[in-house]
Design a protein around this ligand. Structure first.
Ligand code: IMP
Length: 198
């Protein structure tokens, strides 16, 4: 079985490959289909965006397509950046600028009010317009300075209170075992297993 993963983000692709690898399905990415039109992520929820990406890539390739949409919800900011996480500091999608903006907006905010969560929705679109979704979330606290070198995006600022470490201080397997994406993919894997059995 072949699944086209609808992401151009290298950090995410690495995580997705490690999450899907054990299933023994062949994985292709958008790089294998350079002529695909870019999907505009204009939905107001992670679920809408994930479904839109998966459906458009499945229709364009004729293959099963998997898309995830994810982001950070910060309670003190009313749930921002949410679906705008990647472009929080501008369309250039700059992780460092995003983290700096987040730190500036939370300046002086005490630890107990810096609560946040990552959310992830995985959508699987099967030719014939069947669509499946799976969700996951991971609770944390936004730090006051970046810590750690691993991962991508907001990882250096996202502290897991139980571990006293940021996502960027965890190796990929440990991150996947607790992350929003790991949880959503654990659920998505069950859906994929069902599809391989068809
Ligand atoms: P997407 O590609 O539209 O899902 O954008 C998700 C954005 O949310 C990323 O560019 C990051 O800024 C942020 N994000 C999502 N998941 C993670 C994660 O696991 N670590 C750090 N940042 C994340």
């Amino acid at each position: 079985m072949l699944i086209v993963v609808a992401t151009g983000n290298r950090g995410k692709l690495t995580e997705l490959q490690s999450l899907l690898g054990p299933l023994g399905v062949e994985i292709k990415s958008m790089k294998d289909f350079p002529d695909l039109p870019e999907v505009v992520e204009d939905g107001s929820t992670f679920a809408e965006n994930a479904a839109k990406k998966a459906v458009e890539v499945s229709r364009a390739t004729g293959e099963i397509a998997l898309a995830d949409d994810s982001g950070l919800e910060v309670d003190h900011l009313g749930g921002a950046p949410g679906v705008y996480s990647a472009r929080f500091a501008g369309e250039h999608k700059d992780d460092r600028a995003n983290n700096e903006k987040l730190l500036a907006l939370l300046e002086g905010v005490p630890p107990e009010k810096r609560t946040a969560r990552f959310k992830c929705v995985v959508a699987l679109a099967v030719p014939g317009d069947r669509i499946y979704t799976a969700e996951g979330a991971c609770e944390g606290v936004i730090g006051t300075a970046p810590r750690g070198e691993e991962g991508f995006g907001y990882d250096p600022l996202f502290i897991i209170p139980e571990l006293g470490k940021t996502f960027a201080q965890l190796d990929l397997d440990t991150k996947n075992s607790i992350s929003h994406r790991g949880k959503a993919f654990a659920r998505a894997r069950k859906i994929i297993s069902g599809l391989t059995a068809e």
